[in-house]
Design a protein around this ligand. Structure first.
Ligand code: MRU
Length: 358
């Protein structure tokens, strides 16, 4: 999904452009931090863990190409506000750069240290992903003995967002490989269709049984008794256990509670932010209204002022938060690479953080 290359013209960061999937697999080449900031804003690169990895490589890119590292770090951290992993990744590479510069006074050595930090974050994310999958499947099996899981997921949380196989999707994939996944229900995830375009793409490639549904069909699916568990990722988890994830996650948590279905969040410990005390303190990114008033997917011809196909009268106002916040009392468990936290409370999360938060 992301790789560092060093052609003779200078180092570049190569990304799979997720705005073009599933129609085409096109790579985007970033030669500097502003190009990466634009790729992050446009969601060409997206999903909390991958944003952290991209942010770290972005600092390395600025350093290696001789740009102002502090300026690049500020721009990268500000590209999207909700996923805490982005600033965690940027800070980690920036700290490595500063420490090496202070020690050696050599910009090349400092740039190499920033790159090494980005590479190790990338590697650690792959390892964390495998451990989350194992812990998540063990938790599911304990909760729902007998297997044959029918899992509902929202947005996209597989290998497209990770150095490894992802977060929530990685658990479903592990269940599939063990023959214990009966079906993955994939919410389409309006307005940008990360479920339809990206999760369905990953599910199809894995060979698992999956079915796509519109977000507003989830209620009838629960009512029909067709969902055994909800598995989602997270963009930021506050100290009290509130979970910010793609808008539409909170209504699923409410539905899950009403129907006595476990609602499980799968995220690396880097997504837990002890500096954000509660859900109300999480900054929720607001996206352009044109993402709602127009269809903006690669297959759709461009005719509207926002660059998509209008589906509402011109001038219609839209409410378009990118994320919503689920309160901890609706979350059955948070599964991390360090194990499952359940019940989710300020105390149980503080224990996890004391052991392993960055
Ligand atoms: O706006 P996006 O597509 O970046 O939103 C992504 C999500 O909400 C994911 O569910 C989240 O980052 C967790 S992915 C591991």
């Amino acid at each position: 999904m992301i790789r560092w290359e060093e052609p003779p013209e200078g180092p570049v960061l190569v990304l799979l452009d997720q705005t073009r999937l599933p129609a085409e697999e096109v790579e985007l080449v970033c030669t500097d931090a502003p190009a990466l900031v634009e790729a992050i804003r446009s969601l060409a690169v997206r999903g909390a863990p991958l944003l952290g990895i991209a942010g770290a490589y972005g600092v390395a890119l600025a350093a290696t190409r001789g740009f102002d590292v502090a300026e690049a770090a500020v721009a990268l951290k500000g590209a999207r506000p909700t996923a805490v992993n982005l600033s965690v990744g940027v800070r980690r590479a920036e700290a490595a750069h500063q420490a090496a510069l202070a020690k050696t006074g050599d910009p090349a050595a400092a740039a190499a240290a920033a790159l090494a930090a980005a590479r190790s974050l990338h590697r650690e994310d792959a390892e964390a992903s495998a451990r989350m999958a194992a812990h998540g499947l063990a938790f599911l099996d304990e909760l729902l003995p007998g297997g044959g899981h029918r899992i509902l997921t929202h947005c996209n949380s597989g290998s497209l967002v990770s150095g490894g196989e992802g977060t929530a999707f990685a658990v479903a994939l592990a269940a599939h490989r063990e023959g214990r996944l009966r079906r993955l229900w994939v919410d389409e995830t309006r307005p940008l269709l990360q479920g339809a375009r990206l999760t369905a793409y990953e599910a199809a490639r894995s060979g698992m049984a999956y079915t796509l549904l519109t977000d507003n069909a989830a209620g009838s699916l629960f009512a029909a008794g067709e969902v055994d568990a909800v598995l989602i990722g997270a963009d930021r988890i506050a100290a009290d256990g509130s979970v910010a994830n793609k808008v539409g996650s909170y209504p699923l948590a409410v539905l899950a509670r009403y129907h006595h279905v476990p609602f499980i969040v799968v995220a690396p410990v880097t997504t837990v932010d002890p500096g954000t005390p509660d859900g109300a303190s999480i900054e929720v990114e607001q996206r352009p209204g044109s993402e709602v008033t127009e269809l903006s997917v690669p297959q759709v011809p461009v005719t509207g002022p926002g660059g998509g196909l209008p589906v509402a009268p011109l001038g219609t106002q839209a409410y378009n938060p990118a994320f919503d916040v689920t309160p901890p009392e609706l979350v059955t468990a948070i599964v991390t690479e360090e194990g499952a936290v359940s019940p989710v409370t300020a105390e149980t999360l503080a224990e996890l953080c004391a052991r392993s938060c960055p």
